[in-house]
Design a protein around this ligand. Structure first.
Ligand SMILES: [Ca+2]
Length: 110
């Protein structure tokens, strides 16, 4: 059993990293979670990468490279505070309600 410790931080084009986990029914792709989060999930605040260190501390890294879908991030319904690689063309990003049950892209040390 794999446990995801570090959600992926996207520093460039990520299309080659999409796993088969994102393939939904009838070939419809599903979003996949990354480490992108709003600084404050309760407001339309800036997105950062929230990364867990080995000691459990969570640090925030600035989101320098971005690849948002047109019109995103939208902070839809005032609750979209987690960043996923979305279902639109070119694996562009979308902010989505954090409680959605999607697959996660993880970084592991080999
Ligand atoms: Ca959105």
């Amino acid at each position: 059993m794999w446990y995801c410790v570090d959600l992926i931080v996207c520093t460039g084009q990520t299309s080659t990293l999409i796993s088969s986990c994102s393939a939904g029914a009838a070939g419809k792709r599903k979003p996949v979670w990354t480490a992108g989060r709003r600084i404050d999930p309760n407001t339309e605040s800036t997105f950062v990468w929230k990364v867990s260190l080995s000691n459990g501390t969570v640090i925030q890294q600035p989101m320098v490279y971005t690849h948002w879908s047109p019109g995103q991030p939208s902070f839809g319904d005032g609750v979209q505070s987690c960043m996923a690689i979305g279902t639109g063309s070119g694996y562009a990003w979308d902010d989505i309600r954090c409680t959605q049950n999607f697959c996660s892209l993880c970084e592991i040390d080999l």
